[in-house]
Ligand binder design. Structure first.
Ligand SMILES: N[C@@H](CCC(=O)N[C@@H](CS)C(=O)NCC(=O)O)C(=O)O
Length: 305
């Protein structure tokens, strides 16, 4: 559901130009930040997501206004956010009063609206493979959520009973994200360690597929000769795992070199990592300390091997 035809939020129709609602450390938001930067759209300034002062209703040409939805402060678990994104997750994007949700659909929209530097390969076979890899990446999103909460956020990812009750009330009955169920189980320690390890293995089998393809023909990008949305979604998956202390280079060396190349792209530096240096380093530091004490993702890999 990329376009929400009649948004409930009174803010949406007031916005002109591009407004990106996101949270810099969140992987789904980072995908869109990466794509916007690849399209040459510059972040004009950042405001809080509901800011409706007249000077912030309009974003200039080839620019976007960043509207911060803090997942730490649980901005996403509010009525106001549910009126913009009914599944209560980030990101969302408004372009000239039209509201788009779902990160990969937003990227497809950007690709059509700003056709220079296409993000979907022009070659038909490569485009088909790109779609397949994007779908594989989307399917693994729930694994990234489990891994992030377990090996990165820990207790910081738990919510209290009052927030849970509010979330249960606000979440749409048919929400595919099942955020309320996830928070309830996670906050009450109802998810067994083996379930987190299962998600890690699912992600690793995705990494193994990419590694094998890179080994087969030395291709520079995941879908072939050109950079594509497949590189966007998979690079962000690796960024998240690297912040959990995952030893990618030891386990998947070709994928690690590919990732290094992607991470050198100016759009990745500007649109992704440059936006949240503090959290990026804090997550990595936490993972290093845990490793020193024999905890964290590396010890789980060793224990499961
Ligand atoms: N299918 C959605 C998934 C979005 C999603 O899960 N976003 C996460 C951040 S990566 C989120 O907002 N989680 C809310 C939370 O953790 O409270 C998309 O691709 O846009």
């Amino acid at each position: 559901m990329p376009l929400i035809a009649n948004p409930r939020s009174p803010l949406v129709p007031k916005l002109s130009g591009v407004h990106f609602f996101g949270f810099d450390p969140a992987p789904c938001s980072q995908r869109v930040g990466f794509a916007l930067a690849e399209k040459g759209l510059l972040r004009e300034r950042a405001v809080s997501f509901l800011n409706d002062s007249p000077k912030n209703l309009h974003a200039g040409k080839d620019r976007y206004l960043f509207r911060n939805v803090s997942l730490i402060k649980h901005d996403n678990l509010t009525e106001a956010w549910s009126q913009i994104q009914p599944n209560m997750v980030v990101p969302a994007l408004v372009h000239d009063g039209r509201l788009y949700v779902e990160s990969m659909d937003i990227i497809d929209y950007l690709d059509q609206a700003w056709p220079t530097n296409p993000l979907r390969p022009l070659n038909e076979n490569a485009a088909r493979l790109c779609d397949e890899l994007v779908q594989q990446g989307k399917d693994l999103h729930v694994s990234i959520r489990h891994i992030t909460f377990h090996w990165s956020l820990g207790v910081m990812g738990k919510i209290d009973a009052a927030t849970q009750t509010k979330l249960n009330e606000l979440q749409a009955d048919d929400s595919p994200e099942r955020l309320a169920e996830f928070y309830s189980q996670f906050s009450q320690n109802d998810i067994d360690e083996s379930e987190f390890v299962r998600h890690l293995h699912l992600l690793e089998s995705g990494y193994a597929t990419q590694e094998a393809r890179l080994a087969a023909d030395g291709r520079p990008f995941l879908a072939g000769d050109s950079f594509s949305t497949a590189d966007i979604i998979w690079a962000i998956k690796i960024l998240r795992l690297s912040e959990c202390g995952y030893p990618l280079a030891d386990k998947f060396p070709l994928l690690a070199s590919w990732y290094q190349r992607i991470a050198q792209r100016p759009a990745f530096r500007q649109g992704v990592v440059g936006r949240y240096r503090f959290f990026h380093h804090a997550f990595r530091f936490k993972a290093k300390i845990e490793h020193l004490f024999g905890k964290g993702i590396r010890s789980s890999i060793t224990a499961a091997a």
